[in-house]
Design a protein around this ligand. Structure first.
Ligand code: HEM
Length: 162
């Protein structure tokens, strides 16, 4: 196994962990938790699950960024990024789309994890304010899951030359 293979393997595993976790929470975790009574227990479960996934998610994101740059490095593509015309080539265009999707996802994830999520958990469980924040937090999570699926399509295109 070369370092390049190791880098791509870790990259794909981190993508599975982040996106897989997000899709699991959106499709299975949240719908089940929403049925839990009383509201205080529901809020506590949401909070604990959110905090645990937040740590795992940011470790996965860090791994994705480091190994993503590693993938480019081991393919000898890092110097090409500053070559005139690179970003107009099919590979460059796909890399740009992928990086934009990554940035938007990171931004949404940060707002969701560090602002709306904790704020929703601090409010009185079941109150209209808490519900409003929870709804917004889950909308953000859903948008990010959809973006993640689009990102995987960009990644597949990128790995095959754009
Ligand atoms: C700074 C951010 C990133 C960079 C620079 C980057 C770069 C790359 C590169 C160059 C490859 C091609 C590897 C190869 O086959 O030689 C790749 C593959 C891949 N990337 Fe990323 N990536 C980044 C972030 C992400 C994120 C956030 C995800 C998903 C959540 C992701 C998912 C994937 C997947 C699944 C593949 C494998 C595709 C395949 O083999 O068909 N990447 N990435």
């Amino acid at each position: 196994m070369t370092l390049y293979h190791l880098s791509v393997t870790l990259h794909v595993l981190a993508a599975m962990l982040w996106l897989g976790g997000m899709l699991f929470l959106a499709a299975v975790g949240a719908p089940v938790l929403r049925q839990v009574e009383p509201p205080a227990l529901r809020a506590q479960l949401f909070r604990t699950l959110g905090q645990q996934f937040r740590t795992v998610g940011w470790i996965a994101i860090l791994t994705l960024v480091v190994t993503g740059v590693g993938n480019l490095y081991f393919r000898g593509l890092l110097p090409a990024l500053t070559q005139p015309g690179f970003w107009g080539l099919p590979f460059g265009r796909m890399l740009r789309l992928k990086l934009i999707a990554v940035l938007v996802m990171l931004l949404i994830q940060a707002v969701h994890d560090f602002r709306d999520g904790p704020r929703a958990s601090r409010l009185q469980p079941g109150s209209p304010e808490a519900l409003r924040f929870r709804r917004r937090a889950s909308q953000f999570a859903r948008v990010n899951a959809v973006l993640g699926v689009i990102l995987i399509y960009f990644a597949v295109r990128l790995a095959r030359g754009g």
